[in-house]
Design a binder for this molecule. Structure first.
Ligand SMILES: C[S@@+](CC[C@H](N)C(=O)[O-])C[C@H]1O[C@@H](n2cnc3c(N)ncnc32)[C@H](O)[C@@H]1O
Length: 234
């Protein structure tokens, strides 16, 4: 189920949503944000790109803008959806813990962690628009998330660090070793890679999820794997 963002709301969430839509239209002028409910997660709503957005050949200048500043945060990626569902279904995995969502995009995993009972939820994304999206979606869902664009500003003692669909860029494999230095446990949910290239990780869960909205180009990436690492000595 989707609904349009309120166009003239002066509430704090309304102002955040209007700002978010302006950010989206900087790269995709014909797109809009809709408030969308997530399949299997009816308690969470996110501001996502409209599902009837016309894909197909984009004008050259729009294509350049998208490549320079892709609005990944305007989608709920399949791995984020799977991990969020798993957290809500398994709250004991996260209850009373200090957790980090690294690469939150829309903030779906961080929001699910907060709803599932984490003691404290942080989110870190190097895209300022994703930080704005996570903050706006957190407000929309009435949860509190500490957001930062810089990992170094967050206290490095997490019980659980999660990354969902962040390994689409080979350069991000380096984040895994950094993650090991700041958290006692890591869960990587990913539909793009079948191997995280670190033998300390083990697959703990498989799921099937499509990115939302599904604009047609993501169908091959529906098999989500959860890779887990735990620190052996503290
Ligand atoms: C494909 S999106 C996935 C978003 C969300 N986790 C989900 O599942 O819906 C990847 C996100 O990771 C962020 N990202 C990529 N490289 C990053 C880095 N080095 N540090 C922090 N965030 C990063 C991107 O900006 C984007 O928001």
């Amino acid at each position: 189920m989707t609904s349009a963002i309120p166009s003239s709301s002066t509430s704090p969430v309304g102002i955040q949503m209007t700002d978010l839509q302006r950010r989206l239209q900087t790269t995709l002028p014909d797109a809009r944000l809709d408030i969308s409910q997530l399949p299997g997660l009816e308690d969470i709503s996110l501001a996502l790109i409209n599902a009837d957005y016309q894909t197909g050949p984009l004008p050259g200048e729009v294509m350049h803008a998208v490549i320079a500043n892709p609005a990944y945060w305007a989608f709920c990626w399949g791995s984020g959806l799977s991990l969020a569902r798993w957290l809500i279904a398994n709250p004991t995995q996260i209850a009373s813990q200090r957790v980090l969502d690294l690469g939150p995009g829309s903030g779906v995993v961080a929001i699910a962690a907060a709803i599932a009972g984490a003691a404290c939820v942080c989110a870190c994304d190097n895209d300022p628009d994703a930080i704005a999206a996570t903050e706006a979606n957190a407000a929309l869902n009435n949860v509190s998330i500490e957001c930062s664009a810089d990992l170094a500003t967050l206290r490095p003692d997490f019980d659980l660090l999660m990354m969902a669909d962040v390994l689409y860029d080979k350069a991000n494999f380096g984040l895994i070793q950094i993650a090991k230095t700041i958290s006692r446990r890591i869960i990587i949910a990913d539909s793009r890679v079948s191997d995280v290239e670190d033998s300390d990780f083990h697959i703990i869960h498989h799921d099937t999820s499509l990115t939302l909205p599904n604009l047609g180009e993501f169908d091959e990436f529906k098999d989500v794997r959860f890779f887990e690492w735990r620190k052996t000595v503290d």
